[in-house]
Each structure stands twice: as C-alpha cells, then as structure tokens.
Ligand binder design. Structure first.
Ligand SMILES: [Zn+2]
Ligand SMILES: [Zn+2]
Length: 395
C-alpha cells in the first residue's frame, strides 16, 4: 500500500470515474445520437483544462494532451449504447426506455477519461502528445470511418483501444498478436419466383423451396470452399416470405452475416455466394440476387505493440492472457489498417454476455484500467521517441 496522500487522491479518482460511468449508464444514447454524451465529455475535459481538437465530428470528440514536439499516440474508447431494454435492476439503470449501455461502452468512456486526467497531471513529462479519442457509433461498425475522415488521427504513430470482457475476471488482461476480432459483413438475398396456388405448384416457380436450397448450399462455402485452417462463419439470420398457408409467394428475402479473419478469403466470398445463389435460382427457373454490405475488417493487432501492451499490463500487476480470436466484430480494425497498434480486453466480469439485457461490468476494474492506459500511452511515447525520434523530427 502506498502513502496516505496519493491513496486519498486515488480513492477520489476511483469514486469520480464510477460516478462518470453511472451518469453515462443512466442516459444511454444510440450510435450517432451521442449528443448529450459528447456535451458531458466536453465539460468534463474542459473542466480539467484538457485541450479539445476542433474537428468536423457530429458526435464524439478528440482531446490532446502533451507537448508539441515528439511523436503522437492515440488511446480510443467508444461511447454509444444499444437499442435494448435494460433488465439489471441496478439503482443507476438506464432511464431511457429501450436503450442501454449493454456493451460496456460507459465503462470504456470512464476508463479513457480517467487516463486523460492522469496524463494531464503529468503533461510536462510526456515525451510527445496523446490523442484521446471518444469515438461515436461503434455498434454500427461505421463510427471509425467518421473519425478517420475528420483528420483527428493524422500523424498518429501508434493507437490502442480496449473492450471490457465479461469472461475475464477483474485484474486480468487479454490480447494477442494477429487477428483478435473478425471481419463483419452483412448480406441480403432476394429470391423471386412465380406465385401460385399451393395445390398447383407446377403453375408457378416456388421461391420458398429455392430459398431453402440456397440456405443449405451456402454452408458449402464454409465446409467445401474455404480451407479448414481459415475460419469462416456464414449465418442466415432472417427468412421472410409468404402470407398464408395455401399460397406460394412470389418473393422470399433472406438476410445474414459472414465472419472471417483472412482479408483475401473475405473478398472471395461474395463471388462464391453469387455463384451458388444464381446457379440454384437458374436451375429452379427463379431469379435471385445477392446484396452485399461490407462492415469493418478483422482487427489485426501488430505484433510489436501487442507484446508492448502485455509488457505494461504485467508491470501494473494484471494477470495477462493470450486470448483466442473472436468471431465478433470491432471497428477499431479500421484504425489498425493504417496505424500500427493493438486492441486489448480488460477483465470486468464475470457477467452476462455483451448485449444481454442483464449485462453489467464490475466497477472495480475502472480505475486500474484508467491507470493502465495512462501508463501505456506515456510509455509508448518513450518507445517511439527511442525508436525513431530523430527521424520523426525531420518527417
Ligand atoms: Zn457491442
Ligand atoms: Zn462494444
């Protein structure tokens, strides 16, 4: 245990960050509607004398801490909530019907705000600048695009982000080199047959039987067209067609998602799907079309920086795990396409799964995570300065 004075400061910060988390938890806002959240953050940051960048962002914001010379690193959290009716019964549960911080982005925001406060307290000693990014609309998979377009990450040499993990207990930390989360794509398929009386299918073209064959055959992409060493998940999640029991409908709609880690494989899948869909439809005398909606790519952690995040986690006393890649998505991946860095999981469980109406985080994880991210950014600047200091001055 440390001396009394810092302990008291630490307790005050712990309390303050828990209050921030609960405040955000009470008033969840959906993707690109985080206006109040953004205003709160603006106030909390400016009250702490932290500089905000003037950027064309509708919601979300970026602060900057440090000295003008030297490299720039970024730490990122996401701030949006989900359209879920909360069932936790917590005293600070959502006050907005049908909306909930069910992915713990309130936890992430409190953590990164805490890191900003800690970095501000030692701003003069920093070996460069830290961009502190409060990103909107992660749940849509497109929030990172607006941040990149705003120019808020220009010149950033390394970037780090976090997600809470309900599977890891407080005090534990997980990440890995390479793919951590999957590429997330959505598709819709329209199958158009010819409607008929259910008693006389020969007078029409059965869109339902055609759709059923398409659904079954699509799984051969996973089992027959992709190597066993490259994971692919293809899930059809919605089928719409028909109105009653004695009429064959003209149209059936399907919807679903494809998850991959390998970018080359990911790019081949729409063509493979199209061949199956159009081939089966043609055989039945129907028409079918694939509509493809690309989402964020796989999150690929840089080996050097992933090891670095583990090294700092060990230093501050986390129990560090190499975790398995996940088939879920995370739009932090878009930053990593252009900036080296790493995404990490912070244990805040055990809890219900992410996006569950009873999901909660253990608030004991907030202050240690804030301290961790402050140290991570601080030490990343030291590393960068040591690695390419003189070069970065001339560039
Ligand atoms: Zn989520
Ligand atoms: Zn999330």
């Amino acid at each position: 245990m440390s001396t009394k004075q810092p302990d008291e400061n630490e307790q005050a910060l712990r309390r303050q960050l828990i209050d921030v988390r609960r405040n955000l938890h009470r008033e969840p806002e959906l993707s690109y509607e985080e206006f109040k959240t953004t205003e709160k953050l603006r106030k909390w940051l400016t009250d702490a004398n932290i500089q905000l960048l003037d950027l064309p962002l509708k919601t979300g914001l970026i602060a900057e801490i440090g000295r003008k010379e030297g490299p720039i690193v970024a730490i990122r959290c996401d701030i949006d909530a989900l359209p879920i009716e909360e069932q936790t019964g917590l005293p600070f549960a959502s006050e907005i019907s049908g909306k909930m911080h069910a992915c713990g982005h309130d936890f992430h925001t409190a953590t990164i705000l805490g890191a900003a406060y800690l970095l501000k307290a030692r701003e003069e000693e920093l070996q460069g600048r830290v961009r502190v990014l409060f990103q909107p609309a992660e749940e849509t998979g497109h929030g990172a695009e607006s941040v990149i377009a705003s120019g808020g990450l220009d010149e950033v040499a390394a970037i780090f982000g976090l997600h809470n993990s309900p599977d890891l207990p407080v005090g534990t930390f997980g990440t890995r080199t390479g793919a951590l989360t999957a590429g997330v794509d959505r598709f819709e398929i329209t199958v158009k047959g010819v409607g008929a009386h259910a008693a006389y299918p020969e007078n029409g073209v059965d869109a339902i039987v055609t759709a059923a064959q398409i659904i079954t055959s699509l799984q051969t992409i996973v089992s027959r067209q992709s190597g066993a060493r490259e994971p692919v998940v293809l899930s059809v999640t919605r089928i719409n067609g028909g109105f009653t029991w004695n009429v064959l409908p003209e149209i059936v709609e399907l919807e679903g998602t494809v998850r991959t880690y390998n970018e080359e494989l990911r790019r081949m899948i729409p063509d493979q799907m199209t061949r199956i869909i159009e081939g089966i439809a043609a055989a039945a005398g129907a028409e079918a079309r694939l509509h493809w909606f690309p989402g964020p790519p796989a999150t690929i952690n840089d080996g050097y920086w992933a090891d670095f995040t583990k090294e700092i986690a060990n230093q501050v006393g986390y129990e560090v795990f190499d975790i398995a890649p996940q088939m879920g998505g995370e739009d932090f991946s878009l930053y990593l396409q252009n900036i080296p860095g790493a995404f990490v999981n912070i244990g805040a469980g055990p809890a219900y799964a992410l996006h569950h109406p009873r999901f909660d985080v253990d608030e004991a994880a907030i202050l240690p995570a804030a301290k961790y991210f402050a140290l991570l950014a601080d030490q990343a600047l030291v590393r960068l300065k040591g690695k390419c200091g003189p070069k970065s001055e001339t560039k």
